[in-house]
Design a protein around this ligand. Structure first.
Ligand code: ATP
Ligand code: MG
Length: 198
């Protein structure tokens, strides 16, 4: 049988329980064999906005994913020069024939998908799993109108809907506020030890 692979791309600056929870929810809903976390080297739509170094973001993703045997971390975008286009990542994974690809994203990211480089091809290479995000009201029928290829390829999951974001975590660290219980302890410790986001 073909393996069912989830892919969760992001800047993970830093990773938090929102990411881990949507990956686990998608794994359950779509019966994925594993979920690949793919930290972006430089996200095309977020140029210049990264705070922690790529290798630090990767290390935090590895720490957070270690306790779940279905979660894996890929360096594919870090080892490729230039901006991290999801299209290229999916082409590379497709060429490896590792299984059926399911790209997981939050509704805020889905709202941008039509602007992505090669959006139609992205949807051809991977089924799309969109997960609700607190504060984001998205009309999925409008997204499908803008990108009709999605209609047969989109699964919408309502939750777990954790109101956590990396932006807020960075601000909290900068303000000296705790981020414990919003990201795994190992990530909190890494941020402390490396003096990130202060
Ligand atoms: P930032 O505030 O820096 O943009 P973020 O919390 O949005 O960080 P990203 O690395 O940008 O995290 O997100 C990677 C992917 O995870 C995106 O598809 C995003 O929509 C999704 N995601 C992140 N947090 C949540 C959440 N709390 N609920 C649902 N989806 C989420
Ligand atoms: Mg984001």
């Amino acid at each position: 049988m073909t393996a069912r692979i989830g892919i969760l791309g992001g800047t993970f600056d830093p990773i938090h329980y929102g990411h881990l929870a949507i990956a686990e929810e998608a794994r359950l809903a779509l019966q994925l064999d594993r979920v690949l976390f793919v930290p972006a080297a430089q996200q095309p739509l977020k140029r210049g906005a990264h705070i922690a170094a790529p290798e630090q973001r990767l290390a935090m993703v590895q720490l957070a994913c270690a306790p779940n045997s279905a979660f894996e971390v890929s360096r594919i975008e870090l080892d490729r020069p230039g901006p991290s286009f999801t299209l290229m990542t999916l082409e590379a994974l497709h060429a490896l024939r590792i299984g059926e690809l399911h790209f997981i994203l939050g509704d805020d990211a889905l709202a941008d998908l039509t602007r992505w480089y090669g959006a139609a091809r992205v949807v051809e290479l991977a089924r799309i799993v969109a997960v609700g995000r607190p504060g984001i009201e998205l009309d999925h029928t409008r997204i499908i109108q803008a990108l009709p290829a999605l209609s047969e390829r989109l699964t919408v999951l309502p939750g777990p809907a954790l109101d956590i974001s990396s932006t807020v975590l960075r601000r909290r660290v900068a303000a000296g506020q705790p981020i414990r219980y919003q990201t795994p302890d190992a990530v909190v410790e890494f941020i402390d030890e490396h003096g990130l986001y202060r």
